[in-house]
Design a protein around this ligand. Structure first.
Ligand code: ADP
Length: 183
């Protein structure tokens, strides 16, 4: 499924984000930036050790206490098809009254802003926070799509934003949210 937003296309696909050929892919990282399970583990496994080495340098230099929720940093893509990996940290779901939607929106915006600042034109996102971090996917999909839509309405330097949903169920949820959002 795809939608035009300003000059960009917003595309929803089912697949593995480590296989995407967009210039950048986004990692749903944790504050340590040292890898983990889920999409994070898959990116580091397939991308090879240089991504982790770059993450370690970023930790030392910029974020000794860990990357805060909602921030984003960039490394090369190592052996991935994507030239860059943007690492961001989504919120852990704590019931919905702990500013989770604002934090999730900030993780998407920080990633998009960083991409634009590096001249990146095509970018793939996973469903941030809806795995180990427990954010209900119905709620997260609305925040994710609305945030990207609003960003693309103001920023014409991106050509494609792709959501790569790992399961058919998650793709359906995102498609339903997109139909509501785009009418
Ligand atoms: P978080 O800690 O932010 O919840 P997870 O990696 O645990 O991050 O899960 C985020 C989403 O990424 C989940 O929907 C999960 O199914 C999905 N996912 C896991 N592996 C991949 C992959 N290789 N490509 C795309 N999505 C993936």
């Amino acid at each position: 499924m795809e939608f035009r937003v300003g000059k960009a296309v917003l595309r929803l696909v089912q697949g593995d984000i480590t296989e995407q050929e967009t210039e950048a892919i986004v990692n749903a990282a944790n504050p340590s930036l040292m890898g983990g399970g889920g999409v994070d583990g898959a990116i580091h496994r397939k991308g090879g050790p240089t991504i982790r080495e770059e993450c370690a340098r970023i930790r030392e230099r910029d974020w000794p206490d860990g990357l805060p929720v909602g921030e984003a940093v960039i490394t090369s893509g190592g052996r991935l098809k994507a030239r860059y990996v943007i690492h961001t940290v989504g919120p852990i779901w704590r019931g919905g009254n702990k500013r989770e939607p604002q934090m999730l929106a900030r993780a998407y915006r920080s990633s998009l802003q960083l991409a634009v600042s590096r001249g990146i034109r095509t970018i793939s996102f996973p469903s941030i926070s809806t795995g180990a971090y427990g954010y209900p996917v119905e709620k997260a999909s609305r925040v994710a799509l609305k945030t990207v839509k609003e960003f693309l309405e103001k920023e014409d330097r991106l050509e494609e934003v792709r959501f790569v949903l790992f399961t058919e169920g998650d793709l359906r949820v995102y498609e339903e949210a997109a139909r509501e959002l785009f009418g």
